[in-house]
Structure formats: C-alpha cells, structure tokens
Design a protein around this ligand. Structure first.
Ligand code: ADP
Ligand code: MG
Length: 507
C-alpha cells in the first residue's frame, strides 16, 4: 500500500450566507481504505465532499489528491483527477437505460462517439470486479433503489474514478441491500480503489470502515478506528453527549379504541393479495409497531389506511366508519400520515418550507377563508413549527431541498403533529436521520401519544420498534403472522419472525 494519502485536506473552510458549513477541516484518507466520515445532520459532511468533488470552491484550505495539490473548478476537474461521487439523491435519467446512464457525460472516444461494444466490455469488467450484475438494457425507471445505486457506482468507475465518495449511501437502502453494498465496497478496495463513506449510522461505520473521521458543527473533531472505539464512544464524539435511546415506554393505554381495522385486504400483483386480511386495534395512548422485511405489505397497509389504494375490509377512526372515505375525509377524521419516502410522497423539494407546510391543507380555515390562501398565516405557522421542532433552516422561505434529511423529516413530523391527529400512521419516521434528530422525533411522538394519540409505527429499525411499541405485529407475505410483546422478544427473535423462520424452541 502506498504511503501517499489518496486525499489530504488542510484547513478547509466554507461559508454560506448565515452559516459556517466547514471551518478548519483536516482530513487524511489512506489509499486503499474505506474511510468513514460520521457526524450529525448539518455537521458539514456533504459540504466537505462537494468541495472535494469540485462542486463548490472552498473559501480557504488546500486539497491534495494522491500527493498533488489541486484546485477544482468543477466536478469534471475532480473526475479527471480520479475522484467520483455518488450523491445522497441519485442523479440518473429515468427515461434512459442502464447503459445510456453509465455512458452519459463520459468523454467521447476519438471519433466523437462512444463505441457501444467497447463500453459494454468495459462495464462488464467493472461489474465483475465489484461482484455486481446489472441488466444494461433495462430502463432505469424500472430499477429499485439498490440497483440504481449500483448504476451510479458503475457510472463513476466507468469515468475512471480511483477515489469514490458515497454520501449517505445506506440511508435509502433496506438491510439486505446494505449488506450487498458493503460487499461491493470491500471488492472496490480489494481492487485498489479508495472509498470515502459518509454515514451517521454507527453500527455500519464500525462494521465497514478502516478509519473514521468524526465531524461536529462544521469541523473535524476526532480521528479513530473501529478497533479503538465503540458505538457509544462514537456517538459521544458526534453529538457531544450520551446516545439517545428509543426506550422509555411508559404508555398509559386508555380503553377507547381510536383505530380499528378489520380484515383489510389489498390486491397486489398476479392476483396475490399484498395485504391479506389484516386486523389491528389501537387504543388511545397506544403505539402498535409493524415489523417486517420491506415489501411484505407494510406500504400497501398504510396506503390503504390513508385511502391511497383500494382495499376491502373496514377501517374506523374514533368510531367513524372510513371504509369508503376519501383521503381528505380521513385526514379530517383525524388520521395523519408520515409517509415512507419523504422526497416522493412528503415534500415538494423545490417549494419553500411554508408551501410544504400547507401541502394538502389549503382548505383549512386557519390558512384563510375562501379560495385564497393567507400566505402570512401559513408562514407564521411554519415559523412556529421550525421553532418547536428545532428545524435547522435559514427561514421559512428556504426551499425544502436545501435542508438536510433530518431537518426535512422534522418539518414533516411537525406539520403532521401540529394538526393534533387522533391516529398517526408513521412509516419509518426516523429513517436516514441522525441520532439527535431521531431523539427529537421520538420525543414528539411520545408526547402526542401521552396526549391520547394512537400510533401505527412501521419501522425497519428493530431497536426503535422494540423501544417505542406497546405491541408489535409482524407482517409476512401480506399477513399479520404474529403479535408480540416487546418485553418478551429479542431483536434476533423478531428478525426470525420477520423472515418466517421462527421456530418455538421446545423447553
Ligand atoms: N448551498 C447551501 N446554501 C446554504 N447553506 C447550506 C448549503 N449547503 C449546506 N448548507 C448548510 O451548511 C451546513 C452543513 O450542511 P451539510 O454539509 O449538508 O451537512 P451534513 O451533510 O453533515 O448533514 C448546514 O447548516 C446546511 O444547512
Ligand atoms: Mg449530508
């Protein structure tokens, strides 16, 4: 292994109006390693990586790549220096095939065109080096999230990257896909590449990285390795305090049933039900968790409850039969939703925060009577949410895309809980957000629960499910196959219920 660092950053500083995103950042990335950068949302990780990738110029500091000092005016300068970046949100063209996406933007060959056959051969080599397989002729629109990410990785390698930056690559993946990604990353370093891996998930970082740099409030605060630190030590460095925990189940469950679902069935593909006769009762002050490997009917269950998908069976909220109600009528009856995918279902990314607060609620009297929305009152209401839920943003006119994932989620949670819903359907309420924001979301859900809200919590985070739920229903193949008491079940037992492999041990 060469002793020249793959990347060396010294004294990097970057300001935005009103924000110091990076100051005095030092970073040394050894060649041929997986180097994790961890930090809470807003710590400055993406800013630093955009600087290294030439997307923005630093105000101060120096960048050296493989021993040579560089000044990048644009990403193409960085690409020429062997740096590639896979962004937090994918940047693929949906209407093009995998092959077209991979080739798109690459320097054309001498004759001004890229030879298709040559490209295919090179891509095949790249894919085998990183133990992956993609159908090159498939339109990207038909790919799942994990596959899209692999297209991005192959694309970056196709452009000749030796140093790969992956910004929160696991935030969008389910556990199986995370494992596959880690295999890919290991193959990459075995093949001589260097990987810079950004995450705020401590277990992952400890599992996959050789070196770890911790960022807090815009600067690097520690350098360590998985051998020299544990989860809670890392968390302390990240947030400067103890690791929050979802536990703290002090539910005071009342008698009144708030959500009652009977025999709910949602048709899926090929005549097989996506949800098969699910029945769930949730009382005031109660949290019922839904555990399941993604794709076992959780999404369809939530969509049907909100009236977004046709279903049979009955749904009542506070005794009112909503079986045939529209989504709007369900909202009016007190049913609220934190959606699965905050970008596709939850936010208009280009619109200011206040318009996102208003989304779907234009008719509410508090926002003006008649057809006209009173922008001032929506803005004031949004400012309240920003304050109460600790959304880090310059102001309420900032577009949603400019916020970190954690802050986007806090806005969604705030917008949802300030309507005082009787029933909250919360899908992965803390997915992809950092420990501090996670604790804030848990606190707010618990507070609303204490005030009598009933919660259906769908989560892939078993610690979150076990910590928050009063009971856990397991969904497998569209059916609820078990209802468990979180006090009597371990995370690994829960995992075996989720994969349908649980066997009672004879005692
Ligand atoms: N283009 C931008 N304009 C204004 N502020 C920004 C911009 N990009 C990042 N910031 C701010 O800089 C800080 C660091 O953000 P970021 O680097 O995205 O953090 P992380 O990736 O660690 O979550 C945040 O306060 C963020 O709001
Ligand atoms: Mg980021």
């Amino acid at each position: 292994m060469s002793s020249t660092p793959a990347v060396e950053l010294r004294g990097i500083g970057k300001r935005f109006p009103g924000v110091i995103a990076n100051y005095d950042v030092d970073l040394n990335v050894r060649a041929g390693t997986i180097h994790a950068i961890v930090g809470e949302n807003g710590a400055g990780k993406s800013t630093l990586m955009k600087t290294l990738y030439g997307m923005q110029e630093p105000d101060s500091g120096t960048i050296s790549v493989e021993g040579t000092e560089r000044r990048f005016k644009s990403p193409s300068d960085a690409i020429n220096a062997g740096i590639g970046m896979v962004h937090q949100h994918f940047m693929l063209a949906d209407n093009l095939t995998v092959l077209e996406n991979i080739i798109l933007g690459s320097e054309p060959g001498r004759r001004g065109i890229i030879d298709d056959t040559q490209a295919r051969t090179r891509i095949a080599d790249i894919m085998s080096a990183i133990s992956t397989d993609l159908d090159l002729d498939m339109p990207v629109s038909e790919l799942g999230v994990g596959e899209r990410q692999r297209v991005e990785i192959v694309k970056v390698l196709f452009r000749g990257a030796r140093i790969l930056i992956l910004d929160e690559p696991t935030a969008v993946l389910v556990p199986e896909e995370v494992d596959e990604l880690f295999v890919t990353l290991s193959s990459l370093v075995n093949d001589g590449a260097t990987v810079i891996f950004i995450s705020h998930k401590l277990d992952e970082v400890l599992q996959v990285s050789n070196d770890i740099t911790v960022m807090r409030q815009g600067t690097t605060v520690a350098e360590t390795t998985p051998e020299n630190i544990d989860r809670s030590g890392l968390a302390e460095l990240m947030v400067g305090s103890e690791l929050p925990s979802p536990a703290g189940r002090t539910s005071d469950i009342k008698d009144d049933v708030r959500l009652n679902v009977e025999n709910l069935t949602v048709m899926g593909v090929e005549g097989r039900p996506a949800v098969d006769g699910a029945s769930i009762t949730i009382r005031s002050g109660e949290i019922v968790g839904i555990a399941g490997v993604e794709g076992n009917g959780q999404y369809e269950l939530c969509a049907a409850l909100l009236g977004l998908m046709p279903s049979s069976g009955t749904v009542t909220v506070d005794g009112a039969d909503l079986t045939k109600a529209t989504t709007r009528q369900r909202h009016d009856a007190g049913l609220a939703y934190i959606p699965f995918d905050r970008h596709r279902e939850g936010l208009m990314l280009n619109a200011p925060l206040w318009e996102n607060t208003l989304l779907g609620r234009e008719d509410e009297d508090q926002f003006g009577k008649g057809p006209l929305v009173d922008a001032a009152s929506v803005r004031a209401y949004t400012v309240d949410i920003i304050k109460r839920f600790g959304v880090l943003t310059p102001n309420e006119t900032t577009p949603a895309f400019a916020l970190s994932g954690g802050n986007q989620q806090k806005l969604i949670v705030g917008r949802t809980l300030t309507t005082n819903p009787g029933v909250l359907v919360a899908a992965h309420p803390t997915r992809g957000i950092d420990v501090g924001a996670q604790a804030a979301v848990w606190d707010e859900i618990r507070r609303a629960r204490d005030n009598g809200m009933a919660v259906l919590l769908v989560s892939a985070d078993l610690e979150e499910l076990l910590g928050l739920s009063d009971s856990i229903a397991v969904m497998f193949g569209g059916s609820i196959t078990a209802t468990l008491n979180p006090d009597d079940v371990t995370a690994s037992e829960l995992g075996s219920y989720m994969t349908g492999t649980y066997e009672e041990v004879a005692s």
